[in-house]
Design a protein around this ligand. Structure first.
Ligand SMILES: Cc1cc2nc3c(=O)[nH]c(=O)nc-3n(C[C@H](O)[C@H](O)[C@H](O)COP(=O)(O)OP(=O)(O)OC[C@H]3O[C@@H](n4cnc5c(N)ncnc54)[C@H](O)[C@@H]3O)c2cc1C
Length: 285
């Protein structure tokens, strides 16, 4: 189908983008890689007006090392993130999860920030951002603000972004020595969306799990932090039995959707199985 008509603004700097968003009403939308937004427009499920295209703002593509963290520009494409040596070295969970996102064509256009701003609980990167305690960097004409990932995802496809705000980057604390990570995704076919996914990072010390961070994809309207799993496993010796026992808590506090791909009960089962696998793989590193 053909989208309804809309006004189009191409912003060439962050300043131009936030000025355009501020001048527009509540119906304004940012266009980044267009991989999620364009299908919505074509199906006439969204009627943004104006569309503020930020796709040519080069400064938002940068991935920088700031000492104890990386700042990934919102417009860094999945392809760029996947190949970036800083991401591979200091945030390998992002690289692993990004490798499972869609196909090369989508990964060349789709952006890291767009995937997060879209706030789709079936997207792979929101749970990763939650597991890594990432911080979202927002800008508007009113100034800058920072939101922890845990507070950014508000409801199904709804984030804490105000209509006049631009996501400029995501700060990801580096994982130091002793950390192992794993993203376990269960999907119908390669390159498809997750039916359920588990993002996991654990820190081993003297044969025990000292820190654990686990977050779930597609187990509710937002990504879910599996606190009960983390509490159970922290301080325990590394063993298959401990991981299996911890994973029994994976579905606690979740409200998994039911759809053509699986019932809520099936997703709860998957969350337990995939969490055991993710913990085992992360702890083996
Ligand atoms: C065939 C296909 C398969 C896919 N499979 C997967 C998959 O397996 N896993 C997965 O996680 N994703 C998957 N995706 C989704 C894809 O990763 C995202 O659509 C894409 O990366 C979103 O980024 P974008 O730059 O294209 O955002 P856009 O489509 O341009 O924007 C998406 C939303 O985010 C907002 N937005 C974007 N950037 C900003 C910003 N900087 N500030 C404020 N708001 C912003 C837009 O206004 C819009 O509401 C798939 C997509 C397709 C088309």
């Amino acid at each position: 189908m053909i989208p309804a008509s809309f006004e189009y603004v191409r912003a060439l700097s962050v300043e131009e983008a936030v000025t355009a968003l501020s001048a527009a009403g509540e119906d304004a939308k940012v266009l980044a890689g267009g991989q999620s937004l364009m299908p919505l427009l074509r199906l006439r499920l969204a009627y943004p007006d104006p569309l503020v295209d930020v796709g040519r703002i080069e400064e938002l593509r940068e991935i920088r090392d700031t000492g104890d963290a990386l700042v990934i520009g919102a417009l860094a494409t999945h392809h760029q993130v996947l190949r970036d040596p800083l991401v591979r070295a200091h945030a390998p969970l992002i690289a692993q999860a990004t490798a499972t996102v869609a196909d090369p064509a989508v990964r060349h256009r789709g952006t890291f920030g767009g995937s997060l701003a879209h706030a789709d609980p079936a997207g792979d990167l929101p749970a990763v951002a939650v597991a890594l305690d990432a911080v979202f960097l927002l800008r508007s004409v009113r100034g800058e603000r920072e939101i922890p990932a845990a507070d950014f995802f508000v409801d199904w496809m709804t984030s804490a972004l105000e209509p006049d705000e631009l996501l400029t980057g995501i700060r990801v604390p580096k994982l130091g020595p002793g950390w192992g990570v794993h993203y376990e995704k269960f999907h119908r076919t390669a390159q498809a969306w997750a039916i359920v996914g588990v993002a996991c990072a654990v820190r081993r010390e003297r044969g025990a799990i000292e820190d654990a961070r686990v977050a779930l994809t597609n187990m509710g309207p937002t990504p879910v932090r599996a606190h009960a799993v983390e509490r159970f496993i922290e301080g325990r010796s590394v063993s298959g039995d401990a991981f299996r026992a911890a994973s029994e808590h994976a579905a606690e506090g979740t409200s998994p959707p039911a759809d053509l791909h699986g019932s809520s009960e099936y997703r709860a089962h998957l969350a337990r199985v995939l969490t055991a696998r993710a913990l085992t793989a992360a702890a083996a590193v």
